[in-house]
Design a protein around this ligand. Structure first.
Ligand code: HEM
Length: 376
């Protein structure tokens, strides 16, 4: 999408698409304004009757602040920092079966399972439940591919309703167990969290669980895959990183900027609002294009260049303002640990065939669907 972004950004940083009746924002300052200004740009994009209206990411103040405070009680930085040894062991275990053969689909065999297992374990789910998590996560992710409606979209919505009922019963039982016998896990902290006498309702708990399975999964998957793609496309950067592994955090930030796993978010204008000299009417869908903002030459020098030494790097891959991603420390940790294991174990890795990309319709995810590698 990047050449198109560049062209559109110069022509008009704010574009109205009459076909979808949406407004797209392509420049850094404009995107930041939309993300920041929750008075004018609402996150209530899910219909109030839909299960997704319970998701933190689709809430506005003051409800957003209450929900976020409750969730942050449970999702602490301490709970994330302790995960490093487990993530390392998991990364090794996922690579082990493929090392001898010298080839693997990095997406399917590594980048997809790793964040999902981390989330499931962090949550406190028994290991035998993990296949169910995968199915649930697939159905939730499919929701994002249904923007254009039609029969396929209707099917996904039916599946989502089924899966929501299943997840609700599952959570009800597991949360009951944790109330009776608290453990050191995210679920226990979520059921115990209390702010000003309020606790998460079962609907809110379900909403957060679903959000974790979508926001906490495919995003990190794409960060891992996109990092490998960036390095394959820039052999000099790969060589520097192999010589100085301490560059890894800065490489990860540049991947987040250069190939943002979440290319766009959704907002709805609460009232008439003017942006870049144009007037957007009330009740319109607005897409702040994060992937385009991250390559705005007015903000980033040599914006189209993948530069692992970029400093500062004020990319907005994790959003901006009150909805800033709560999973940022977790996904940075996962990326740092998983990529260092990968670099250590896969020598001389290269693409085995061209990589198919996720369909353009899924704005929220940006990365290859398969990543077949050969290595020694
Ligand atoms: C919010 C990106 C990983 C949980 C967001 C937002 C972005 C984002 C752009 C802002 C949404 C908005 O403004 O409407 C990413 C990227 C990730 C990642 C690029 C990985 C590379 C994670 C992980 C988790 C997570 C691992 C959880 C384990 C959330 C939640 C929100 C959020 C709960 C909603 C926060 C709120 O509405 O207050 N993320 N995310 N994300 N993210 Fe992430």
């Amino acid at each position: 999408p990047y050449p198109a972004y560049a062209q559109l950004r110069t022509r008009t940083p704010l574009l109205y698409d009459p076909h979808s009746d949406t407004w797209m924002v392509f420049d850094y300052e404009g995107v930041k304004r939309v993300l920041m200004d929750h008075e004018a740009f609402s996150s209530l994009v899910a219909p109030p009757s839909a299960q997704t209206s319970q998701w933190l990411v689709f809430a506005d103040p003051p409800r957003h602040a209450q929900l976020r405070a409750l969730i942050m009680r449970a999702f602490t930085s301490r709970s994330v920092a302790g995960l490093e040894p487990r993530i390392r062991a998991l990364a090794h275990a996922l690579l082990d079966p493929h090392i001898e053969r010298g080839e693997m689909d990095l997406a399917a065999d590594f980048s997809v399972p790793l964040p999902l297992i981390v989330i499931a374990e962090m949550f406190g789910a028994p290991i035998e439940d993990q296949p169910r998590f995968k199915r649930w996560s697939d159905v939730i992710m499919a929701l994002g591919y249904t923007l254009e409606g039609g029969e396929a979209a209707a099917r996904v919505h039916r599946e989502f309703a089924e899966v929501s009922a299943e997840m609700k019963a599952y959570l009800h039982a597991l949360a009951g167990q944790r109330r009776a016998e608290p453990r050191e896990d995210l679920l226990t902290r979520l059921v115990e969290a209390e702010v000003d006498g309020a606790r998460l309702t079962e609907e809110e708990l379900l909403g957060f669980f679903q959000l974790l399975l979508s926001a906490g999964h495919e995003t990190t998957t794409n960060l891992l895959n996109n990092a490998v793609l960036c390095l394959l496309g820039h052999p000099d950067a790969l060589a520097q990183l192999q010589a100085s592994p301490a560059l890894l955090p800065s490489v990860i930030e540049e991947v987040l900027r250069y190939r943002a796993p979440v290319q766009a978010m959704f907002r709805l204008t609460r009232r008439e609002v003017s942006l870049h000299g144009q007037v957007i009417p009330a009740g319109k869908l607005v897409l702040p294009m994060i992937g385009a903002a991250n390559r705005d030459p007015l903000k980033f020098r040599d914006a189209e260049r993948f530069d692992i030494h970029r400093e500062p790097n004020p990319h907005i891959a994790f959003g901006h303002g009150i909805h800033f991603c709560i999973g940022a420390p977790l996904s940075r940790l996962e990326a740092r640990v998983a990529l260092s294991v990968l670099l250590e174990r896969l020598k001389d890795f290269r693409l085995a065939s061209p990589t198919p990309w996720t369909p353009r319709k899924a704005l929220h995810v940006h990365g290859p669907t398969h990543l077949p590698l050969h290595f020694t």
